[in-house]
Write a protein that binds this ligand. Structure first.
Ligand code: FPP
Length: 233
């Protein structure tokens, strides 16, 4: 199968999946988390992807009913507290992108610890976008750069695209392929800087049904794309 350097997934449709089954929305998130775990392990073991960015909670998601936000936060906390051993065995490295200041301190502590414990792993890099907004990431990078200029660590003439990327939450390569499940055809503020030349794929499948066969279908779709990056072949 074709390899993808940086794959992005906008996880969507958990709520509708649950509702259509007569379940509470949170049960969609529970199932979504199980599916996500399988996808991460599969992509790493098969060495299909080098970087995987996952949109699991936007800054706007805080406006959901408190019960749902609480459920998701507990799900994140449990995951981040328990995966370290497995990710170290599997050689998976974890990054987090987003505004940590909006998150509970116990969750932030677990995130910092997991990043620290997996920092020397050399396999798949999983970048969890949590409390994340693409515009906020660009604003935060701008503030970092301006501060460096004010402190005479940087000249304005040195600011270019490469330097800007280095000041984002993480210096990741551009996204090559972006999947958004559930049939919605929009980006919703996800990694706006990094998707400049991404190929988009919007399968109708709700995320809790996005199993490994669906992942393989997505890779087949990517293999068909003719990427020109504005050039003529
Ligand atoms: C979008 O579906 C999904 C989310 C906002 C949460 C994604 C979270 C997980 C898959 C949980 C596990 C993740 C980790 C890192 C433990 P939606 O609720 O917007 O679905 P809808 O559009 O059908 O309402």
């Amino acid at each position: 199968m074709v390899k993808i350097n940086h794959l992005g997934i906008i996880v969507d449709g958990n709520g509708r999946w649950a509702k259509e089954k007569g379940l509470n929305r949170s049960m969609g998130h529970k199932r979504g988390a199980e599916v996500l775990k399988d996808i991460i392990l599969y992509l790493n073991r098969e060495k299909l992807v080098n970087y995987l960015s996952l949109y699991v909670f936007s800054t706007e998601n805080f406006d959901r009913p408190q019960e749902e936000v609480n459920y998701l936060m507990e799900l994140f906390l449990k995951w981040f507290k328990t995966v370290e051993k497995e990710y170290t065995q599997e050689n998976i490295k974890v990054y987090f992108s987003g505004r940590k200041e909006y998150l509970r301190s116990d969750i932030v502590d677990a995130m910092i610890l997991l990043e620290e414990k997996t920092k020397n792993n050399t396999g798949l890099v999983v970048n969890f976008c949590l409390s994340y907004g693409g515009r906020a990431e660009i604003v935060d990078a701008t503030k970092k750069i301006v501060n460096k200029v004010i402190n005479n660590e940087l000249n304005i003439e040195d600011i270019d695209e490469k330097l800007f990327s280095q000041n984002l939450y993480h210096n990741l390569p551009d996204i090559d392929f972006l999947i958004r499940t559930s049939g919605e055809n929009r980006i919703s503020n996800f990694m706006l800087w990094q998707i400049s030349y991404a190929e988009f794929y919007f399968p109708k499948t709700y995320f809790p049904d996005f199993n490994l066969d669906e992942v393989k279908k997505a890779f087949e779709e990517y293999a068909k794309r003719d990427r020109r990056f504005g050039r003529v072949k």
